[in-house]
Design a binder for this molecule. Sequence first.
Ligand code: ADP
Length: 416
Amino acid sequence: MFSSLRWKLTKAYTIWFLLTFTAILLILFFVFRSILFSIESKELQDLLENEKAAYTDGSVVQEQPYSYYTSFFIPESGKIKIFKKEERLTPAFLHYSKNARKNLEMADLQSADGKKLHVIYGKIPIIENGKKKGELFVVKDISHVHEQTERWFFILFLIGLITGSVSLLIGSKLAGRAIEPVKENYERQKKFVSDASHELRTPLSIFSASLQVMEEEEKERLSPFSAEVLKDLKDEMKHMNSLITNLLTLAKSDSDSISIEKAVFSFSEMTSSVIHQYQMKEKGLRKFRLEGPDDDPCMAETDKTRVKELLYIFLDNAVKYTAKDGEITLRYEPDHRSKHLVIHIIDNGIGISEEDMPFIYDRFFRAEKGRSKKLGGSGLGLSIASGLLHSLDGKIDVNSTPGNGTDFTISLPVLI
Ligand code: ADP
């Protein structure tokens, strides 16, 4: 239970870290890109202005401090005029220029020798006498800056991965530390419940034995009122005994120390004997039916005693919450392909309301306290059943209609 909590906390810490880191990295990337774009575009604007001035007065372009650029003029019709030629850049961009829609943009190109080029380009229309003559282009190779940026982000990404792994380890340690006090508290409480139950058992059995002796010795001399009180005492004693046994089982299931002793047995035979016991006990008050395949012994390998305990919990409840002359069915369906045994415990009793349904597995939950007290429930049966099912790797489902009855479905992976 605590290891799964620890794992969940670690996962939460790490996911939180990775998400924050990725967000920071993305923000950095876009901020860096826009800074780069604004620096580069400023340089490009200078180049464009110079080239335009040179084009319009026919002068020679002054030597620029910027390297790796190309500039050319694409007329509306006629021959392309190249002013400054950069070997790798010019043919690649000339090929691309028809796609160049924006006035200023970064673009990815491929040079003739297959190299990837990252460029920034700018274009300006040349208008003479109110008529567009063509477009002047300046393209600058910024591959080296781009590569540097990519390299840095890759390094940052690697650092992020390493930090992520370290944070997974640290997160696991922190989570372990965070749950330590809760765990200790829980362990103390569990030990208290278990010790208290053990300690209470001895005085209770002495009480029980004393009541038995008193009843036998003083039977004749007891007034009707005292006899009634004695009977109530015995009932309460029985209730307390079962409560203590249940608390002990729960304490064991909390510490995952319910022992499972596997053995091979026939589920069909076991259920026949269980149903027979109930039929004898109920003496026809309620009808019991057993439904399963006739020709299949349903050989199972699991802890027979635990499976029986499970059936007793559901059958006891079915008896408790079904009126006299009601009907209780134990149906089992083997699925040999998946090796699962599906068991239904169906009654036509009072059913469970929709509001109560989410709580029926909670400890000490009883739908109607008064009614259950009369029937002798303590609200621990179904929580014990879920603990047992957990130990047996089983699953449970319930369908119920108030006033019509309940169908508890258990699935156990036990067939051989
Ligand atoms: P209890 O000892 O009160 O029966 P359980 O944990 O076994 O405690 O059951 C919890 C509650 O679920 C019961 O109080 C009852 O309201 C409801 N419940 C369980 N089984 C049935 C059933 N077969 N029919 C109707 N209600 C049921």
